[in-house]
Design a protein around this ligand. Sequence first.
Ligand code: CP
Length: 317
Amino acid sequence: MKTFVNVEDIGDLKAAVKEALEVKANRFGYKSLGENKTLLMVFFNSSLRTRLSTQKAAMNLGMNVIVLDVNQGAWKLETERGVIMDSDKSEHLLEAIPVMGSYCDVIGVRSFARFENKKDDYEEKILQQFIQYSGKPVFAMETATVHPLQAFADLITIEEFKKVERPKVVLTWAPHPKALPQAVPNSFAQWMDATDYDFVITHPKGYELDPKFAGNARIEYDQDKALEGADFVYAKNWSAYTDPNYGQILCKDMSWTVTTEKMALTNNAFFMHCLPVRRNMIVSDDVIESAQSIVIPEAANREISAQVVLKRILEQL
Ligand code: CP
């Protein structure tokens, strides 16, 4: 595997989940694969889970790890070509990327949507430059439009907890005080569409995702109706994708918060969220603290999804 961005990059999902469960049962069994290999993790944005789980996964595989927080201690980077660099940005990304590539064997990139230009965000301008100019395999650690390590961990978690072969999985929008990117719901939808689950997306009108990611998912604007009979409820906020409202908050309707009353509509569903989560905005305290909340095992599976991705990259170096 040379890049890990979209669901197609992982190939057959059943085989990927099987491999993930094997890795989980024997996470130190591949330690020689990463010997004398270096992972560089480049963060343009904050992280807790991605940083720790991906570093742990790399260490399980015997890799050396370098973490670069671009906004803390590195030269301020110019990302636009053609600008006269007379501002506080001292280095251009077009030099920085091949330099970074010269110090490592694999690169992970976190670079969120900037909401300045939808085209730049949806063309993955920063990520694509890493792919083009680093000379090394590159994987997404949440970029402008996707978060595949999260979606893969979510899939592993659903496979571990599901009680029926083809569960009903509901992705529900929920309110949030800040405008958030669509990366997590985009990837979750893309990965769920690639399974044979009964997959439903529910959100207020105006929050439609890019059809490229929503795919064949059933869209239901009535959240209560969508939640009926659900086996898994995946809550997430996102800002508007469609023009002219790209990146904007259209409503903060607190009736969309996932509460005990909402969960009572489901088939005793498990509650999922990628974290970090705003309590009593996205989900009530009692739901996230309930026995049906699986947010912690879901986060723990981030180590496993990252390890499978790094393992596959290392196997092809
Ligand atoms: N879910 C997730 O990616 O968490 P972090 O932003 O903390 O890495």
